[in-house]
Design a protein around this ligand. Structure first.
Ligand code: HPA
Length: 235
């Protein structure tokens, strides 16, 4: 029985290269991002990896937005680790830092099909993971993820606003998966990989390449965090 699935955000697919005895169990080549589901072993634990997503900005009514959670349900997974590439709003954050999502600000609730449900952030579990990371000397922040519908990166004024209302990271994914998982009683762990720093006083264009490069840089820390998460699950 496989317990844990990991949804890999932009630039974080490198984790799949470390999957041992890997087997492709699903592939969908349609859309901007190719979607794949792989089965294999990470740190001697059997896991499912999900690559690629449909985003709200492609088509908010596309059921493909929920593809990973639907597959997780089909496979009977109990825990989904949902990772994303995100801009860093907290001034303590640096490129390639990781942040456990302990809350969120949802700027696209009108697109979601999960009215009446909440995301189950497990505060005790988040605290436990933070302590375990600290013990292993792995840099791991905790904070609030802001979900922007995209597809554009933020303007200077939006950055200013988002910082003011208490967001620590901003991205264009994850929230549909967190809601649908919680609705279906799948345990969730959300992780932002900070791929660029958003500063309202510094003008600069963010490139998708920069986002992908930072994801690669965060790989070592991310795999260490995944190791800790898997050690806590009974796979
Ligand atoms: N904003 C929104 N989404 C993102 C960013 C960003 O700065 N970086 C990576 N995904």
């Amino acid at each position: 029985m496989i317990n844990t699935g990991i949804i890999l955000g932009s630039g974080l697919h490198k984790l799949s290269e470390n999957l041992e005895n890997s087997r492709l169990i699903f592939e969908d080549l349609r859309g901007i991002h190719v979607k794949r589901v792989l089965e294999g072993f990470l740190f001697n634990k059997k896991v499912i990896l999900f690559e690629g997503r449909n985003h709200i900005y492609e088509n908010p009514s596309n059921p493909g937005i929920y593809f990973a959670v639907n597959k997780a349900l089909e496979l009977g997974l109990k825990h989904l680790v949902v990772t994303n590439a995100a801009g860093g709003l907290n001034s303590n954050f640096r490129v390639a830092d990781l942040m456990l999502i302990s809350s969120h600000i949802n700027f696209y609730s009108k697109f979601l099909q999960t009215k009446g449900y909440r995301v189950n952030y497990d505060r005790k579990y988040i605290y436990k993971l933070s302590l375990l990371a600290l013990k292993e000397n792995i840099k791991l922040h905790t904070g609030t993820y802001l979900a922007s519908p995209g597809p554009f990166y933020e303007t200077m004024k939006e950055i200013k606003l988002f910082k003011k209302i208490g967001a620590d990271s901003v991205g264009m994914s994850t929230i549909p998966e967190l809601y649908t998982s919680s609705k279906n009683k799948i345990k969730i762990t959300g992780i932002s990989c900070i791929t660029n720093i958003l500063n309202p006083d510094i003008k600069g264009e963010i490139s998708h390449l920069e986002v992908l490069e930072a994801g690669k840089k965060a790989f070592k820390n991310l795999s260490q965090i995944i190791k800790i998460i898997l050690s806590q699950n009974d796979n």
